[in-house]
Design a protein around this ligand. Structure first.
Ligand SMILES: [Zn+2]
Length: 381
């Protein structure tokens, strides 16, 4: 992307007549943008590049005041209203998509009180958004049937934050080849490149939640319209949600100083900065662990933190979900006793590491794996 200047069963039931629960990760081999296009095919809304509502009064290139304002505490609070027709499961899904922004960036989506500029998140006809802050109430369409996926919701919210599609950035020809011969003339403007894009001095990101998939707008079955350079087999498009570079770009655009990392994949490890040398004072880091469709299991292998009463100094805290408002799995923990293994109730777990201004130690190291969610009953006892 780039810019210019609890009860799982109940939730699943809520979605089974429409689209799958956005709290579930996608097992299908289908990228986010493909889902968006499928739904928007029948939309009466005029859209550019598949899902962006065109601006009438000003061009995107001259959009200098599209950013949402930052409070003096560094937080960018974006007011929103939700469609009253959303059911509980839809609201939960949208909140979960928003919670990742809050955990990983300084963007907070807050319920609107009387603010003039706000997002009106509605189940209109399709998955679409304006680009950047428009002024007044601006619609972000998250249709109940078809758009209720975490990555899709995050994609549309990122448009509203001021990000356009990744493959439109000025340096894209170094990273992808656009196969014009498989794109019908009417769809070719959707692949335009913006020469003046502000790429934030961050790398091109094949796995951005804002990247088209390889077959977007193809007119020939099986022929890709976007091929990565030099290795055409590199995966493009996203299925799970924001990437680490998506997060980095939001934090750079909005001047957020955040230490946050997404850990994708079936297993992996995390450790405090400098481990096994001493960690720094005054750090505030989070790791969002996101496995695919199974529960996250976390095991600490080493643990050595400053010991204080109630761990009010340095500590590790672990949440059962993707935000600090999720239930707590491991409350503030410090000292040198290795905590017991932890299993989340879903494929999401957030690990927080806070240090104060005094005393350091070697920190921690942990590994995570994805474990099966089904419980088996034993016939013995
Ligand atoms: Zn889009």
């Amino acid at each position: 992307m780039y810019i210019f200047s609890g009860n799982e069963k109940v939730i699943l039931l809520c979605f089974c007549t429409e689209s799958p629960s956005p709290t579930e990760t996608d097992e299908e081999d289908e990228d986010i943008f493909n889902k968006i296009l499928k739904v928007n095919k029948d939309s009466s809304q005029f859209l550019q590049e598949g899902d962006i509502v065109p601006r009438r009064s000003r061009s995107a290139i001259n959009c200098r005041h599209c950013n949402w304002p930052q409070s003096s505490d560094g937080i960018v609070r974006i007011p929103y209203e939700l469609d009253p027709t959303y059911e509980e499961g839809h609201v939960k899904g949208i909140h979960e998509a928003m919670a990742e922004f809050e955990a990983l960036t300084c963007i907070n989506f807050v319920k609107r009180k009387t603010e003039r500029d706000y997002l009106s998140i509605r189940s209109a006809d399709g998955c679409w958004s304006n680009y950047g802050k428009v002024g007044g109430g601006q619609t972000v369409s998250v249709m109940k049937a078809g758009c209720m996926w975490k990555g899709v919701i995050q994609h549309e919210l990122e448009h509203a934050l001021g990000f356009l599609h990744e493959h439109s950035r000025s340096d894209r020809d170094k990273h992808v080849k656009i196969m014009w011969e498989y794109i019908s003339p009417a769809d070719r403007p959707d692949f335009r490149k913006f020469e003046n894009s502000n790429n934030l001095d961050l790398p091109y990101d094949y796995s951005s939640v804002m990247h088209y998939g390889p077959y977007t707008f193809t007119n020939t079955t099986g022929k890709a319209t976007i091929v990565p350079i030099p290795d055409g087999s590199v995966h493009i498009g996203q299925r799970q949600g924001m990437s680490n570079l998506d997060v980095a770009k939001i934090n750079k655009l909005y001047n957020c100083s955040r230490c946050s990392t997404i850990l994708d994949g079936p297993s992996g490890s995390l450790r405090s900065a400098n481990y096994p040398r001493n960690y720094s004072d005054n750090t505030n880091c989070v790791w969002l662990i996101r496995t695919r469709g199974k529960k996250v299991s976390l095991h600490f292998q080493a643990f050595q933190l400053q010991k204080t009463t109630s761990c009010q100094g340095d500590y590790v805290k672990v949440y059962d979900g993707s935000s600090k408002s999720s239930p707590v799995l491991l409350d503030k923990t410090c000292g040198s006793k290795i905590p017991n293994g932890i299993v989340a109730s879903s494929n999401l777990m957030l690990v927080e590491f806070i240090t104060d201004g005094a005393h350091t130690a070697s920190g921690f190291q942990a590994i995570f794996t994805a474990v099966r969610t089904q419980r088996r009953f034993s016939i013995h006892n």
